[in-house]
Design a binder for this molecule. Structure first.
Ligand code: SF4
Length: 345
């Protein structure tokens, strides 16, 4: 490790000179000019390294073997900026515009040093809460991230069952992750960050049934882990580029089930599924279901507070899987149709 120069701190040594920022976040921060049909309320940053991630997740443009454009994460472009300028912008952007910072971590040898330095530096520039979405870390490193100022951590399961996990990001994908360790580190993270301060990502449309997804959502909630739903998005150059997006009807049913479970209004055991594993009953009264659907909340982007990820999984022209803003009345009518509910229910 390089000796410290005079007046230089370890943080500055480990602080990466460049960082990626999602296009929408860059526009809100004033790093780029542009118009947005929905503004991100979280500033999405991604650790930068020359080349790709050492992991090999089948859906990810950053994967080791992907031939996708290097600036992509899902369908969103993340241009590179000098870290010092991004920090200044975070420090001067109004609190009601950016209410959270989320750092997406690629997998590479010194990523943890970069993460700790970034969290510390961001903490110096702004009070907004910080989420770190990263690979499983050991408890000691999670503690150091929390001490540096990270409020929440996200460790993605992505796949809704062990078999798919292995095929998409584990052993069968020549990836470094195991289902067992991912779940173990999620429960360790709850011990370090606290109940409700840990998220995981579940991608719908990788080949799971709704029953698989709902069972995993229940398991996460019982572990005090917040499940964030993503709709599978095929990206050119990835291993899964030819796979279609999930049916929006199936995604809606899963969103509704997630909302009922996360808010303690039902449990997966009370829900009913048909022979194909599709939801047929949510285990709540029809009237309760009616006003919950009418409110629209279950269909908003799920995850850390103020994480709205605009058009991360869809084009603004739709179909919209995760609504990044308040849902309009005509969209509620469309959602009811997608759920097979009567308009005046
Ligand atoms: S839920 Fe959103 S803010 Fe939280 S870790 Fe995931 S992407 Fe980041």
């Amino acid at each position: 490790m390089e000796p410290l120069a005079k007046n230089q701190t370890w943080i500055e040594v480990d602080l990466p000179r460049q960082i990626r920022v999602s296009t929408g976040s860059a526009i809100v921060l004033g790093l780029l000019e542009g118009r947005l049909s929905a503004e991100p309320t979280t500033a999405y940053l991604m650790t930068y390294k020359a080349g790709k991630c050492t992991a090999n997740c089948g859906f990810c443009p950053q994967a080791r073997n992907s031939r996708s454009k290097v600036e992509l994460l899902s369908r969103v472009s993340w241009p590179i900026f000098p870290t010092s300028i991004v920090l200044k912008k975070l420090g001067t952007t109004e609190r009601d515009k950016i209410r959270r910072v989320c750092i997406q971590a690629l997998n590479y040898p010194n990523v943890f040093e970069h993460l700790t330095a970034l969290v510390t530096a961001i903490r110096h520039h702004t009070e907004v809460p910080i989420s770190v979405s990263c690979q499983p870390l050991n408890s000691e490193n999670m503690r150091r991230l929390a001490e540096a100022g990270a409020e929440r951590i996200g460790i993605a399961l992505d796949a809704a069952n062990e078999k798919l996990f292995s095929e998409v990001k584990g052993e069968k994908a020549n990836g470094p992750y195991t289902w067992e360790n991912q779940l173990k580190q999620l429960s360790e993270a709850v011990k370090v960050f606290g109940r409700g301060k840990v998220s995981t990502h579940i991608i719908i449309g990788l080949g799971e049934t709704e029953n698989d997804a709902v069972s995993l959502i229940q398991r996460c909630v019982d572990m005090y882990v917040s499940p964030a739903l993503f709709a599978f998005t095929p990206i050119r150059g990835t291993a899964l580029e030819k796979k279609p997006q999930p049916f929006v009807e199936s995604y809606r049913r899963t969103q509704l089930a997630r909302y009922l479970i996360v808010n303690g209004r039902s449990r997966s055991e009370y829900m009913r599924f048909d022979d194909l594993g599709c939801l047929t009953d949510y285990g709540v009264e029809k009237e309760t279901l009616a006003w919950i659907v009418e409110a629209g909340t279950p269909f908003l982007t799920s995850g850390c507070p103020n994480c709205n990820r605009p058009f991360y999984n869809e084009k603004p022209s739709g179909p919209i899987y995760n609504y990044p803003r308040k849902i309009r009345q005509e969209e509620i009518a469309e959602i009811k149709q997608q759920l097979g509910l009567k308009p005046n229910l």
